[in-house]
Structures are given as structure tokens and as C-alpha cells.
Design a protein around this ligand. Structure first.
Ligand code: IPM
Ligand code: MN
Length: 352
């Protein structure tokens, strides 16, 4: 099969982790007889530095023409402490999500048997966790009108949702639940927020079409607590943009390292695959960042974007082996030998 992949390395450790995913994908292509054409393009701070814009039109063209986008990370500390910055790397990510119509962000959380002790949570609480967040990604407070009033003394960010936006996300949630344990949790704050009441009402109406799915409605504050108490009581969770952003970082603690969690963003145009971790500026250029979240994002890409299940399985199997054989970066080494980012990538590609 011919695979045309847009490669957006981005900022910080992005290029380092992406390079390892490329090694693994190229090894898969050789093993399974595919031909990958990699199309690199600029995003984030790297794109601002080069052309003054974090998601240039040229990058968008490349993404639109590709079969899938593999993405590293975005963000640079020089913008974080400068609230007056006019262009910010993160705007590139938001613009990309909007322009590609990526309204659903799929973030699975699972545990690795060999890493259970890495989680700060107790084994008996997290063992067997296998849940998926479907985070709404192109609406809500991230994209509502924002601004300042009273000479800058007052700031506002509007949270807006339409029924259609909730429906298309919830539809994916119900469909996903049907392929899994048939449990769906709608996470909201319907005791306070009108947008949440619209979410709940919409999901309640849709539930009638999916009688096999057991639907629950929980407030986001309660979910934040139960997620770390009894994570394995959840299956599929659907939620709005900001709640999903916060809860998926929290959920990554269950797996023991943020450096392990992949994600997919899907919607109207080309789907995008990226690790959930950020650009980790402190580690940039040190060859120490964990590449596994990006490698596992590539596995999601093979499975979901190309329908290549065996290839995805092969990637997940070699990642499992690297974890159980201790071929891991310093975040997972636990006092034992820590491998470099590039060494982990080489090992994965060689042993596939
Ligand atoms: C994420 C990130 C982004 C978000 C930032 C970088 C804009 O935290 O993908 O979760 O908030 O969506
Ligand atoms: Mn986030």
C-alpha cells in the first residue's frame, strides 16, 4: 500500500520523538511491503521563526493532501511568560484542528503490565484499566469569543456549543462504546452550565438509538475524583474541550508516564496522530525524551487511518517488549540503565 503521511515534528522534543516514529514506520513498511512517502511541514514556534505564522497555508495544503498527519509537539517557553505575544505556537495547533475539522480527540488510557509499579496509584486500583476519552476538540471555550473590556481590566472567554457539535461527537462515542464494553459516560457540569445542559439533553435523546449502551451522566468534578479512585469502572467518556484537556492529563497518571499515551484527532478531513505530552522544553536536544507515545500514535495511525491492523499490532508488541526488557528512557528506567531516545528508536526498528 502507498501511504502518504504529512510529518509535523513541531517544537521542543517533537523532532526527536518523531524521528523514532519514522524509524519504526519505515521498518514496518519494509516488513509489510508498504511504500511511505513522508511530507515534512512546519508548525508551531518552528514555523513562527521561519515564516511568522504557526500553521502556514503551505502546511495546511500538505495535510489536506496526505492520508494521515503524524504530529510531534507544539510550544516554546519564550511565549509562555509573555502574555502580550501576538502570535503563539499553540494558535497553530488550534488553527490546524479547526481547518482540518478535527472535532473528536481520541485519548485512550491503559496500563502496561510491566509498568504497573510506575504509577503513583495503587496496583489494585489501576490494574485492568482500559478507557477512552473522546474529547470535543473544535468548540467550547477554546474557540468562543474572547477579549478584554474596561481598558484591559476585565477579560472573558465565551463557551458556546451547538446541538450539532454535541451530536457528532456523541455519535462517535456511542459507536466506539458499541465496539467495546458498551458503557458511555457523559462528563459535564450540568448543575451549573447551560452548555452542559445542552450536552446532557442531546446525549439523553441519542441514547434511545443505542439501547445496548449503558449511559451514565457525571459531573466533571466527581469524575476527576473517581478517575484516580476506580479508573477501571469507566469505558468510553465523552466530554467538552476544556474538561477533556484537563481530565486526559490526569488520566495519563494511571499509565505511569505521560510519555506513553498516544492520541488521534479525527473529523472532516485528514486525521492526525500525536502523543498527548507537550514539547518538554527542558529535555530538548538531550536525546532523553520517551518516544513511545509517538510510536504508539503511529500504531493508531496504521490501524485507524489505513485499516492496517497487523502492522499496528506489530508496533504495540515491540513496544511491550521494549518495556518488559527494560529498553526504556530515563522516565521509566527506575534507577536501571536509561537508554537514549534514539537508542530506543533504533532498538524498536531493528527488533520489529
Ligand atoms: C493538548 C494541549 C493543547 C490543548 C495546547 C497545547 C493548546 O494541551 O493537546 O491537550 O490545550 O488542547
Ligand atoms: Mn492538554
Amino acid at each position: 500500500m502507498k501511504l502518504n503521511i504529512a510529518l509535523l515534528a513541531g517544537d521542543g522534543i517533537g523532532p526527536e520523538v518523531i524521528a523514532q516514529a519514522v524509524k519504526v514506520c519505515d521498518a514496518i513498511a519494509t516488513k509489510f511491503n508498504h511504500e511511505i512517502s513522508w511530507n515534512p511541514a512546519l508548525t508551531g514556534a518552528a514555523a513562527i521563526d521561519a515564516v511568522g505564522e504557526p500553521y502556514p497555508d503551505e502546511t495546511h495544503e500538505i495535510c489536506m493532501k496526505a492520508d494521515a498527519v503524524l504530529f510531534g509537539a507544539i510550544g516554546h517557553p519564550k511565549y509562555d511568560n509573555d502574555p502580550s505575544a501576538k502570535v503563539r505556537p499553540e494558535q497553530g495547533l488550534l488553527k490546524m484542528r479547526k481547518k482540518l475539522g478535527l472535532f473528536a480527540n481520541v485519548r485512550p488510557t491503559f496500563t502496561f503490565p510491566s509498568l504497573i509499579e510506575n504509577s503513583p496509584l495503587k496496583r489494585e486500583r489501576i490494574e485492568g484499566t482500559d478507557l477512552v476519552f473522546l474529547r470535543e476538540l473544535t468548540g467550547g471555550i477554546y474557540f468562543g469569543e474572547k477579549g478584554r473590556l474596561d481598558d484591559g481590566e476585565t477579560a472573558y472567554d465565551n463557551c458556546v456549543y451547538t446541538r450539532a457539535e454535541v451530536q457528532r461527537l456523541a455519535k462517535k462515542g456511542f459507536e466506539l462504546a458499541m465496539t467495546r464494553s458498551r458503557k458511555l459516560c457523559c462528563v459535564d457540569k450540568a448543575n451549573v452550565l447551560e452548555t452542559s445542559r445542552l450536552w446532557r439533553e442531546t446525549v439523553q435523546a441519542m441514547a434511545k438509538d443505542y439501547p445496548e449502551v449503558e449511559v451514565s451522566y457525571e459531573f466533571v468534578d466527581a469524575v476527576a475524583m473517581r478517575l484516580v479512585q476506580w479508573p477501571n469502572s469507566y469505558d468510553v467518556l465523552i466530554t467538552e474541550n476544556l474538561f477533556g484537556d484537563i481530565l486526559t492529563d490526569e488520566a495519563s497518571v494511571i499509565s505511569g508516564s505521560m510519555g506513553l499515551m498516544p492520541s488521534a484527532s479525527v473529523g472532516e478531513h485528514t486525521s492526525l496522530y500525536e502523543p498527548i505530552h507537550g514539547s518538554y522544553p527542558q529535555a530538548t536536544g538531550l536525546d532523553i525524551a520517551n518516544p513511545l507515545a509517538t510510536v504508539l500514535s503511529a500504531a493508531m495511525m496504521f490501524e485507524d487511518a489505513f485499516g492496517l491492523t497487523e502492522e499496528a499490532k506489530a508496533i504495540r508488541a515491540i513496544v511491550d517488549r521494549s518495556l518488559s526488557e527494560g529498553v526504556v528512557t530515563e522516565d521509566l528506567a527506575g534507577g536501571k540503565k536509561a537508554y537514549k531516545t534514539s537508542e530506543v528508536g533504533d532498538w524498536l526498528a531493528k527488533n520489529l
